[in-house]
Write a protein that binds this ligand. Structure first.
Ligand SMILES: Nc1nc2c(c(=O)[nH]1)N[C@H]1C(S)=C(S)[C@@H](COP(=O)(O)OP(=O)(O)OC[C@H]3O[C@@H](n4cnc5c(N)ncnc54)[C@H](O)[C@@H]3O)O[C@H]1N2
Ligand code: MOO
Length: 425
C-alpha cells in the first residue's frame, strides 16, 4: 500500500511543472495588477525604482533651513526670508546669513545645508509668525508663505552640515533594485513600489484551481432536499481551502454520478485550470464516477496508508493534473491539508504549514496498521487533546478541531505528556 509520504511525493512531482514550483519559474504565467490588487501576490521579475528615494533633498524636521557656517557661535539671530511647506515647488536658493522656515518633507533650498528643529529656536516677536515656536498660540496661518516678512529667529544651538537633511536618493537610487523577483507582496513592499514610482506590478498568476464534487446524493447548501439527498459540504470546503491556500478558484461545480456529465465538467475545467481537485467516487463500489471516468484515461487509483483519506487517485487529462480525494467530508478535508495545502501555499509564497510537535494533554489510542489523522484541539496551555470520533463522516466534529494529530501507523497507545505531530487547521 502506498504511504502518505509516497503519495505526497507523487502529487508534488505531478504538480511541479504545471504549477511552476521550481525556483522562480512562472509555470502559471504572469499578469500586471494594480497595486490595490497586489497584496499577497508574488513579483514575477526584479522591480527597480523608477525615481530616486527620497525624490528630492528634503527636511526631516519642522524648523528652519540654514547654513551650518552661519550657526557657529550660537545662539545667533538670523532673518527669516521665506517659508517652505511640504508640497511647495523648489524654493529660491538661500542667501548667506539668512534662514527659511521649513516643514518636514519640504524641499531644502539650495544653499541651505542643515535644518534646525523648531524646538531649538526662539522667534522674535512678530504677529505673522505666531504659532511657530510658541505652542500655545492659535493665530498661525499654515498656508501663508508671506507671513515671515520682517521676522527673525534666534537659533540656540549650532548644527553641522547634513543635520536633519534627507538627501535625494539616499534610500535608493533610480534604477536600483527595489524588490527582487519572487517577493510576496506585504504592505511594506506595496509602500516601496508606490513610493518608487509604480502604480502596478508584474506578478505571477496564481495557481488556478477547479473543484468538482461528485455524487448523485449531493444538493447545493440550502437547497430543498429530496429523499436520500444531502447538502454538498465538500464543494464549499474545498473551494474555501483552495482560496485560503493562496490559489485562485476558477470553477466549483458538482457532478452527478454520470460519467458523461462528469467528463463534460472536467473538460471545461481543463480549459481554465492548472489543477483540478475532485471529491468522491474513487473507492470500491458501483457508481464510482471519478474512477470510471478517469481510469480509462490513465488515472492511478489506489489506497493510501492513512485514515481518514484512504482511497486516492491521480490523473493527468489534456495536460492538466487531477488530484482525486475520497468523498467523506473529513477524508476530503484531511487529504487537502496533507497533500495539496503545502504545495499550493508554497506556490503562493506562503509557508507550507508542516506539522509541528505538540504535547498530549491526555492518553490517546490509535488503530494499528494505519497512519491516523485524529481531530484535535489546542488547549489554553498549548497541549492538545482529541475531539470528535474517528469516523470520516463526522463533519460537525471536524469543525470542533483546530489541529490534526498525526499518529504513526505502528503506534496504538500514546501517554499524556508525549509529543505528537500536529497539522494546524
Ligand atoms: N467496500 C468498500 N467501501 C468503502 C471503502 C472501501 O475501501 N471498500 N472505503 C471507504 C472509505 S475509507 C471512504 S473515505 C469512502 C470513499 O468513497 P468515495 O470517494 O467513493 O466517496 P463517495 O462514496 O462518493 O462518498 C463517501 C461518503 O461521503 C459522502 N459525500 C461524498 N461527497 C460529499 C460531499 N460533496 N459533501 C458531503 N458529503 C459527501 C457520501 O454521501 C458518502 O457518505 O468509501 C468507503 N467505502
Ligand atoms: O479513508 Mo475513509 O476516509 O476513512 O472514510
Amino acid at each position: 500500500m502506498t504511504t502518505v509520504d509516497e503519495h505526497a511525493r507523487t502529487i508534488e512531482r505531478m504538480l511541479a511543472g504545471p504549477l511552476g514550483l521550481a525556483g522562480t519559474a512562472t509555470g502559471t504565467g504572469t499578469e500586471t495588477v494594480p497595486l490595490t490588487d497586489a497584496l499577497g501576490r508574488i513579483t514575477a521579475i526584479d522591480v527597480s525604482a523608477a525615481v530616486d528615494l527620497p525624490l528630492f533633498r528634503n527636511s526631516q524636521m519642522d524648523g528652519f533651513a540654514a547654513r551650518a557656517a552661519d550657526l557657529v557661535g550660537a545662539p545667533v539671530s538670523l532673518p527669516v526670508v521665506g517659508d517652505v511647506p511640504a508640497g511647495h515647488a523648489q524654493p529660491p536658493a538661500l542667501a548667506r546669513g539668512t534662514v527659511t522656515r521649513i516643514m518636514t518633507g519640504a524641499i531644502v533650498p539650495d544653499g541651505a545645508d542643515c535644518v534646525v528643529p523648531v524646538e531649538d529656536t526662539r522667534l522674535s516677536a512678530d504677529p505673522g509668525f505666531a504659532g511657530l515656536g510658541s505652542p500655545d498660540s492659535s493665530s498661525s496661518d499654515p498656508d501663508s508663505t508671506t507671513t515671515h516678512a520682517g521676522a527673525s529667529v534666534t537659533i540656540t544651538i549650532p548644527r553641522v552640515a547634513g543635520d536633519f537633511v534627507r538627501e535625494r536618493g539616499s534610500d535608493l537610487r533610480r534604477g536600483e533594485l527595489l524588490l527582487p523577483a519572487g517577493q510576496r507582496l506585504a504592505p511594506r513592499h506595496l509602500a516601496a513600489l508606490a513610493a518608487g514610482g509604480h502604480n502596478s506590478v508584474l506578478v505571477r498568476r496564481r495557481v488556478r484551481v477547479a473543484v468538482i464534487t461528485t455524487g448523485a446524493e449531493l444538493a447545493p447548501a440550502g437547497a430543498a432536499l429530496e429523499s436520500g439527498q444531502i447538502f454538498d459540504a465538500n464543494l464549499v470546503a474545498l473551494s474555501a481551502a483552495v482560496t485560503e491556500a493562496g490559489a485562485e478558484l476558477v470553477l466549483a461545480e458538482s457532478s452527478s454520478d454520470d460519467t458523461g456529465a462528469f467528463l463534460s465538467i472536467l473538460k471545461r475545467a481543463t480549459r481554465t485550470a492548472n489543477l483540478i481537485v475532485t471529491s468522491g467516487g474513487v473507492s470500491q463500489g458501483a457508481y464510482e464516477v471519478v474512477r470510471e471516468a478517469l481510469e480509462p484515461l490513465g488515472a492511478v487509483v489506489g489506497h493510501v496508508d492513512m485514515q481518514p483519506g484512504g482511497p486516492q487517485a491521480t490523473a493527468v487529462v489534456d495536460g492538466v493534473p487531477i488530484v482525486c480525494f475520497p468523498g467523506n467530508p473529513v477524508s476530503t478535508q484531511v487529504s487537502f491539508v496533507v497533500f495539496l495545502r503545502p504545495i499550493l501555499r508554497r506556490a503562493a509564497g506562503l509557508t507550507g504549514l508542516p506539522p509541528t510537535a505538540r504535547r498530549l494533554a491526555g492518553p490517546v489510542e490509535s488503530v494499528a496498521g494505519k497512519r491516523q489523522f485524529l481531530r484535535g484541539r489546542i488547549r489554553d496551555d498549548g497541549t492538545v487533546e482529541t475531539v470528535a470520533g474517528a469516523g470520516s463522516h463526522l463533519v460537525a466534529g471536524m469543525a470542533r478541531a483546530d489541529v490534526l494529530l498525526d499518529i504513526p501507523r505502528e503506534i496504538t497507545d500514546l501517554a499524556a505528556g508525549q509529543d505528537v505531530g500536529a497539522w494546524v487547521l
